[in-house]
Design a protein around this ligand. Structure first.
Ligand code: CA
Length: 409
């Protein structure tokens, strides 16, 4: 055993080291800034053609500096693929159902008007709101003009992001939203609905009648814009999104797929039933069979309304989370079938509890915010080794249960 005191750096060396680190970062940053300035002056020449005045361009780009972190996000490969049961457990949990029901009540009058105008029901609109921005609580904190100007000048999708950048300037010039309120994700999705600027231009509506389409500070504008999006994506008021079904034993699932729509009567003839065992409605509604975790997990028949939700974010897991949250807001229960795992996912409350337990064991993972980031995953791997569990860094029920039990010992 090493009993010598660990060598410590004299404190006075630390500023010098910090300075050295800054020096290494400074060279490429300076090059980026020169390149950025040249790029912006090129963009200035295109502004008029995009409907943005030189005055607006100059006012809102004068103090911009590039944020090279967003270029990193553009190329980042997900280092951790989230299983659908983890994704669903965090997006549709008791807190979000309770919050969503409170919002349905609070905004009932607006939601009724929205439904009358666009044909999209209140629960679906509120479910999108809850998943997109946690009912207006999480917009993302990156200034849009900074992110989008950086992505207009660096990285591999500059043409696309230039369009979004000019559209952001146009939103400001038209007076819809103040520039300091335009913060969002690294890619530029912003506000209650997390629309990209181009989506805003096509689909945002002024529903509170103040003349501005404000998806940041007006809940009525945000709710109506969400409904308008879904209506334009093909939503039909008379259809459900779909429903969970039970497949017969030895079912041939080769015809599964959201877009491979067959009449309900055809699925019925193949032995597909409601999860309570009752027959499917024998009609010609076109539905696709969705098997998010393969034939061994929950199965769903989905209509074109599911596709409308899908078009909001191009992921079936995302669309299922919104569809299921809407059902839960209407009072339905959890899925009848279990996900094919012996280690189900955690709600946000359970994730926070897990983080508190990690902190209590001495792991520095920052604030327990219910978000499972890289530091939480590293700490999880370490405790999973100690607990004799598979060290995969995943936040599941097995690890939480083991940590609770150890604490009680
Ligand atoms: Ca408005």
């Amino acid at each position: 055993m090493n009993t010598r005191p660990s060598p410590r750096l004299p404190a006075r060396l630390l500023p010098a080291l910090a300075g050295a680190a800054l020096f290494h970062l400074a060279a490429p940053a300076a090059a980026s800034e020169a390149e950025f300035a040249a790029c912006l002056s090129g963009l200035r020449g295109e502004a008029a053609g995009k409907g943005v005045s030189a005055a607006t361009f100059d006012t809102h780009t004068a103090s911009l500096t590039p944020d090279m972190a967003v270029v990193g996000f553009l190329d980042a490969q997900p280092e951790f693929v989230t299983p659908i049961w983890d994704y669903m457990a965090a997006l549709v949990d008791d807190e979000r159902i309770a919050d969503g029901r409170a919002m349905l009540e609070r905004w009932a009058e607006v939601l009724a008007k929205v439904e009358a105008e666009y044909g999209v029901d209140p629960a679906t609109v509120v479910a999108v709101w809850g998943v997109e921005s946690n009912f207006g609580r999480n917009f993302g904190s990156r200034p849009l003009l900074t992110s989008l100007s950086t992505l207009s000048c660096f990285g591999r999708r500059q043409a696309y992001f230039r369009g979004e950048f000019f559209t952001t300037l146009k939103i400001i010039e038209d007076g819809h939203i103040a520039p300091e309120r335009l913060t969002g994700s690294w890619a530029g999705a912003f506000g209650q609905t997390q629309f990209m600027p181009s989506t805003f231009m096509r689909l945002a509506v002024d529903f509170d009648g103040d003349g501005r389409r404000d998806l940041v500070d007006s809940v009525p504008d945000a709710l109506a814009s969400t409904a308008n999006f879904l209506a334009r994506a093909g939503w039909r008021a008379e259809l459900p999104w779909g429903f969970e079904v039970a497949l017969p034993a030895a079912f041939d699932s080769s015809g599964a797929g959201r877009r491979n729509r067959r009449p309900l009567a055809e699925w019925a003839a193949r032995g597909v039933k409601r999860t309570d065992g009752s027959p499917l409605p024998a009609n010609d509604t076109a539905t696709g069979l969705l098997l998010p975790a393969g034939a061994g997990g929950p199965a769903f028949l989905v209509t074109r309304n599911f596709d409308a939700i899908y078009s909001y974010n191009a992921a079936e897991s995302y669309a299922l989370a919104i569809a299921h949250l809407a059902d839960r807001l209407r009072g339905s229960g959890p899925f009848a079938a279990a996900w094919p795992t012996d280690d189900p996912g955690l709600s946000r409350a359970e994730r926070r509890e897990l983080q508190h337990l990690l902190i209590a064991r001495g792991h520095d993972i920052g604030e327990p915010d219910g978000m499972i980031g890289a530091r939480t995953r590293e700490a999880l791997k370490a405790v999973q080794v100690e607990l004799g569990l598979e060290p995969d860094g995943r936040a599941g029920q097995k690890t939480l249960t083991a940590l609770r039990t150890q604490r009680q010992d």
